[in-house]
Each structure stands twice: as structure tokens, then as C-alpha cells.
Design a protein around this ligand. Structure first.
Ligand SMILES: *Cc1c(COP(=O)(O)O)cnc(C)c1O
Length: 395
């Protein structure tokens, strides 16, 4: 019998749950009391204004969810059907799907082994050495004959993509860079807030993100034309609100005032959330330093890691694999989660072009996300640590 079999069943420790402890109730009550419950109201405006501060951009457009904000960003950036968008392969599926919504095709880019983020050297090599420019100045992928129309780096797990080389190359060819910062609100790249650095940036406020509105998203940019186009498309492309005249097919992608009210309250506590998430990750790092089969997710010198999820990775030759560790933790009522199937392996995106992919596959095989709610109690984290230690000492 291994030591974990002797543990008593205890309360479930969830992977990551929202932390509602600020002004959420007060702000929602005001929405209900004043009848401002729908897609207009002072909290929508206030949430957008707070985001302009947070992301250090000039404009922000609140959206119904993060996926919708990505869809709008691609439309606003002029990404056309049958063009190609470079997307991280190691990501949640939303950005790859959004590329398909506009009729474009993703080209999946492998992760860098150290940061786990989109590898900039693959992007730069593809754009500068593989593609060619036609007479109109468009960049063409010779393998598919399609035009490259945008780059969509995803800052996964709270950590920044190394953006400088990507933006330098994109600028050379006039390509927009759309940052997906859905998992990395509060993270920094060389001191600058993630999401506010590229042409456009997107965020998600789903239940388990850095902050939540139940469901919600935000698009940020400093380009007024892109911002007004995104806002226009998010409200059914309404040109005349009285006569209901529309010149284009729009979408109903606006966030409601009630959700924005929750968002305003959540954002007030963001810096505390980041601090606590970093503290939790640091405790795991310290506790597992003595287990040679475990490596913690690193923090590159260009980033301030928001540590959305605390992730460990098992060495290639570890005596315990990810499934075994997850099962042992699950038996002890501790929730864990692997990373996503890399997009180049996803049946939903099969036959999409890719640049590498083996590093993402290896990371996905070996990584496991551990409980890291902002409200995780110290004794709960010690329980997680104890179970992990007992699994490795039993092996
Ligand atoms: C959560 C997430 C999104 C968007 O999610 P929504 O549920 O639509 O808000 C987009 N990209 C990434 C990388 C995500 O993790």
C-alpha cells in the first residue's frame, strides 16, 4: 500500500475557482436597482475605461466573451478569407477557431522549450526566409499560395511571448499583431502590460481566468479606426440607431452592464490576485525543488509572470508519468488538469500548416496544472504538496 492510499477522503481542492470578495454585490445591486441591466450603462463604460488604464492603450471595447473579442480583432485587422494567420500551437482552441470564423487558415507555430510560448525564431524565419513578397507587397506562403495576413501570439498561462522579434518582423511586412492575453491579464512584457503591446489585444473573463465576469471579454487597441470598427461590428453594425440602417453584417457581441459591474469589482483586486498566484507558484517551486523528476514552469527574464495556473512538468525520464500523478491526486480529491492538445494535432484543425510542433507535444505530455485558486488555503496547498511527495517517494 502506498502512503496516499491511507489518506482520509477530504474536501475537494479545486483547480482554480473565482474569488468574489470585493464590491461585486454592491455594483450588481446598483444595476438591478436602477434597471441598467443590459448592454449599455455606466459599468460598461467604467470597465472599458479601467481597461484602458490597465492595458495602457487608448481604446477598449467590452465583449460578450474572449472568443468574440478575438473574432472582432481579426475582422477589424482586415484578416480576409483564404489568408493565413500565424497562431501558437500550444493554446486553448479559441484563437484558432476565431481564425476560421473569418474564413482564414491558421499556421500553427511551435512553442519555445524554455518559455513554453510561441517561438519567435520560427515566426521570423518563416516570414523572412520562407515566404516571398508579390508586387503588391503581400507576403505569400509558397507552400499554400496564400497570403499571410496577421500574427496571433497567445500569452499562455500568465507568461509573456517574447514579442519584440515578432513585432519587428511583422512591422517590416505591414502585418498586424493580435495578442491573445486571455490567460495573462496582469502579466508584463519588459515592464509593459500584456495585451497592450501589439496592434490589438484580447482578454477573457471566463470563470477560471485571472478575473471573471461570469463570461466576458475585452478588445484593446491604440488605433482609433480599429477600435471604432470593432465597436461598430459588436453592435450589429448599426449606422442609424433610430431608423435601424445597417451597411454591413454585424454581430451582437456587447457585454452587459451587470457583467461589467462584476468586472469593475474584480479588476480592483487584480494586483492582489497576481500577487497571491505568484506566491502559490513559488511555494510549489520551493516544495518540489527536491524532486528531481519535477521541473517548474520558468519565468523568462522578459516577463513578469501572472501565474494564472501553477504548472509543473515531469522530466522525460520520470518514473511517474503525468497520468499516474493526476490519478493519485484525484484519488486524494485534488483536481488537476493537463495542458491542451496542441492545435496541430487537433482533429478540429487537421491539415492546417504548421511550423514544428514537437516541443508543444512534449510539454503537453509532461505538464500538469495544480490547484491555484486565489483563495487556496495554506493547509490545502500543503495537502497537495504532501500527496505529490508521497507519490514520488513511493516510486
Ligand atoms: C479562455 C481563453 C480564450 C477565450 O475564452 P472565452 O471563454 O471565449 O472567454 C481565448 N484564448 C485563450 C488562450 C483562452 O485561454
Amino acid at each position: 500500500m502506498t502512503p496516499i492510499d491511507t489518506l482520509q477522503p477530504e474536501d475537494i481542492i479545486p483547480l482554480s475557482v473565482p474569488e468574489i470578495r470585493g464590491n461585486e454585490w454592491e455594483y450588481i445591486k446598483e444595476c438591478l436597482d436602477t434597471n441598467w441591466v443590459s448592454s449599455a450603462g455606466k459599468y460598461v463604460t467604467r470597465f472599458e475605461e479601467s481597461f484602458i488604464q490597465q492595458a495602457a492603450t487608448k481604446y477598449a471595447v467590452a465583449c460578450v466573451n474572449g472568443t468574440a473579442s478575438l473574432h472582432l480583432a481579426l475582422l477589424a485587422a482586415g484578416v480576409e478569407p483564404d489568408s493565413e494567420v500565424l497562431v501558437s500551437t500550444l493554446t486553448f482552441i479559441a484563437p484558432a477557431n476565431a481564425v476560421r470564423y473569418v474564413g482564414a487558415h491558421p499556421v500553427f507555430v511551435d512553442a519555445d522549450i524554455n518559455s513554453w510560448q510561441m517561438d519567435p525564431s520560427l515566426v521570423v524565419d518563416f516570414l523572412e526566409n520562407h515566404c516571398w513578397q508579390n508586387q503588391a507587397g503581400e507576403l505569400i506562403n509558397p507552400d499554400s499560395g496564400r497570403r499571410v495576413s496577421a500574427i496571433l501570439p497567445v500569452h499562455i498561462l500568465g507568461h509573456a511571448v517574447d514579442l519584440d522579434p515578432i513585432i519587428a518582423s511583422a512591422t517590416r511586412f505591414g502585418l498586424p499583431v493580435i495578442e491573445d492575453a486571455s490567460e495573462s491579464l496582469g502579466g508584463l512584457y519588459k515592464g509593459r502590460p500584456l495585451g497592450g503591446i501589439g496592434t490589438l489585444g484580447c482578454f477573457s473573463f471566463n470563470g477560471n481566468k485571472m478575473i471573471t465576469t461570469g463570461g466576458g471579454g475585452m478588445l484593446v487597441t491604440s488605433n482609433s479606426e480599429l477600435a471604432s470598427n470593432a465597436r461598430y461590428l459588436s453592435t450589429q453594425a448599426k449606422d442609424d440607431p433610430i431608423e435601424y440602417i445597417h451597411h454591413e453584417i454585424g454581430y451582437n457581441y456587447r457585454l452587459t452592464n451587470i457583467q461589467a459591474a462584476i468586472g469593475c469589482a474584480q479588476l480592483e483586486n487584480l494586483s492582489q490576485y497576481v500577487q497571491r498566484k505568484r506566491q502559490i507558484a513559488a511555494r510549489y517551486d520551493e516544495a518540489f525543488a527536491s524532486i528531481k523528476d519535477i521541473t517548474s514552469m520558468a519565468e523568462a527574464d522578459w516577463t513578469h509572470h501572472a501565474r494564472w495556473l501553477s504548472v509543473i512538468s515531469l522530466n522525460e525520464d520520470s518514473s511517474i508519468d503525468r497520468h499516474q500523478l493526476a490519478t493519485s491526486l484525484s484519488n486524494a480529491n485534488i483536481q488537476t488538469r493537463p495542458l491542451w492538445q496542441p492545435m496541430h494535432l487537433s482533429p478540429a484543425h487537421q491539415n492546417s500548416p504548421k511550423l514544428g510542433g514537437q516541443i508543444a507535444e512534449s510539454l503537453q505530455r509532461r505538464a500538469l496544472c495544480l490547484p491555484c485558486s486565489v483563495g487556496l488555503r495554506e493547509e490545502e496547498q500543503e495537502r497537495v504538496i504532501q500527496v505529490v511527495h508521497s507519490v514520488f517517494s513511493a516510486s
